[in-house]
Design a protein around this ligand. Sequence first.
Ligand code: C2E
Ligand code: MG
Ligand code: MG
Ligand code: MG
Length: 293
Amino acid sequence: QAKAAGRGRVVRFDAEIRAEAAQRLRLDADLRRALARGELYCVYQPVFRVDDGRLNSVEALVRWRHPTDGVLPPVVFVPIAEAAGTIVQVFRVVLEQSLTEQRGWYERSGRWIPVAVNLSPRQLDATTAGLVLAALDRNGTPPDMLTLELTETGMAEPETVENALGPLRRAGVKIAVDDFGTGYSSMARVADHGWDVVKIDRAFVAGIHRDQARTSLADAMVKMAHALGMVTVAEGVDNAADLQVLSRLGCEFAQGYLLSHPVDADGVLEFASIGPRASVEVGLRAGGVQPGE
Ligand code: C2E
Ligand code: MG
Ligand code: MG
Ligand code: MG
């Protein structure tokens, strides 16, 4: 009986695995077509200064306008693109679009708005630096107006990372450690690289105002980052009380749904020209915002 049931389970798992593999293959083929047809584009998550609520920079986030399935978020296709190697083409699209739009913002507002682009750990090879430097050159972008965000898991081999990113760093491109706290890297590793920005993962930010343990962790992360000469960005700030705690801890920058959802290129320009973001001000001045308010 048990044996039969066990065998049934094996068969079902096998079928599921095969269906998943087929789905992945189909999506990868779709993705290659999508790249050729220009179905990928990026939106921008605004990053605000915690002290005065002004726009600091934006993070480019890829989207796929699928012909039948609507707009797909990166969680659906980035892992597949990483596994298949297509991520390099995805990166090219995001980099080119965001640098072009950044140039447009500069021409319309007279201001360079720093842009951050996510870099997959799979792209830490000799080709990336050349690709990025050429794109900066083509767009006339000051290199320090670009940040590459690298997740902690991308830091497995310091040599590889340094070889891939060294030429970019020397040119002035900034590097941020993304999703900090969720990976395996130690702060010592981050210190060795001498990078610029620590992005504190949403897991340590959401609900921070009613969780002393989380507050202590975020406090430690901010202090460590500052000790290493890095600045901090809190990810996933979705309520004013959390923002107040982050402000008290000395976290310089924040992004999250409280402040703004990702916007298109015109949306970025609006944030650049309207000054302090109302919800940042409300969040910092309210003095005692309670959860749910
Ligand atoms: P990430 O780099 O940590 O980006 C932040 C993600 O959190 C974005 O989701 C953003 O929309 C979302 N977010 C921002 N504020 C809030 C909030 O208050 N609450 C919640 N629940 N979420 C918030 P998105 O656009 O779905 O991106 C997810 C991940 O996909 C990114 O995480 C990044 O790891 C990856 N990704 C996005 N674009 C690219 C890309 O061009 N290349 C690569 N390699 N990965 C990308
Ligand atoms: Mg990121
Ligand atoms: Mg992140
Ligand atoms: Mg994250």
